[in-house]
Write a protein that binds this ligand. Structure first.
Ligand code: NI
Length: 191
């Protein structure tokens, strides 16, 4: 297992659609090793998620984990989840403005409207099928990662450029108001 270099905005691999993984590929040593490396890379960088594009691989694989994350201390915990060939569909019409960041977009955050509820269907690393509903900030995390697999960055979805901030300015001027809104959302809809 090893930590891989994270590609940053401007690298064309972040703008390509990753392709579906076949069952044979998923069983291969190479892809299993890639998944291990993605987990290591996400944890080493303190991310809440990481998509394969971000380490230069165009396969529809992402990893998500939130466990007292110092970058996002307000996010509800998510146990380590490997999502392969995910399909995300909105549940209901409600959206919520989430202030997002991304390991591929250093030192920038911005507000993105995300669906409050999404149905997520995916395979796990062993090929097992999963189908469930994610809500609130957790739903946003899954939408962010699946966007990566379609070559989309959170930057593309920021409707109001005046919401862009550095991490330092977010902490200083915007964090408290956002966290209060986010906590209220999580209390209302769960995760
Ligand atoms: Ni990202």
């Amino acid at each position: 297992m090893s930590v891989r270099a994270i590609r940053t905005v401007g690298d064309p691999v972040l703008r390509e659609r990753a392709r579906e993984v076949t069952p044979e590929e998923l069983r291969s040593r190479e892809v299993q090793r890639l998944i291990d490396d993605m987990v290591d890379t996400m944890r080493a960088a303190g991310g809440a998620g990481l998509a394969a594009n971000q380490v230069g691989e165009l396969l529809r694989i992402a990893v998500v984990e939130v466990d007292r994350n110092p970058r996002y201390p307000y996010k509800p915990p998510i146990p380590l989840t490997v999502i392969v060939n995910p399909v995300v569909e909105p549940v209901g019409d409600e959206t919520f403005a989430i202030n997002e960041g991304c390991l591929s977009v250093p030192d920038l955050r911005g507000a993105v409207d995300r669906h409050v509820g999404v149905r997520v269907r995916h395979l796990d690393r062993h090929g097992g099928a999963h189908d469930g509903v994610r809500r609130g900030l957790t739903a946003g995390t899954f939408q962010h990662e699946v966007d990566h697999l379609d070559g989309v960055l959170f930057l593309d979805r920021v409707r109001d450029p005046s919401t862009f901030t550095t991490w330092e300015q977010f902490e200083r001027h915007h964090r408290d108001a956002f966290v209060a809104r986010a906590r209220a959302l999580v209390e209302r809809v769960g995760s």
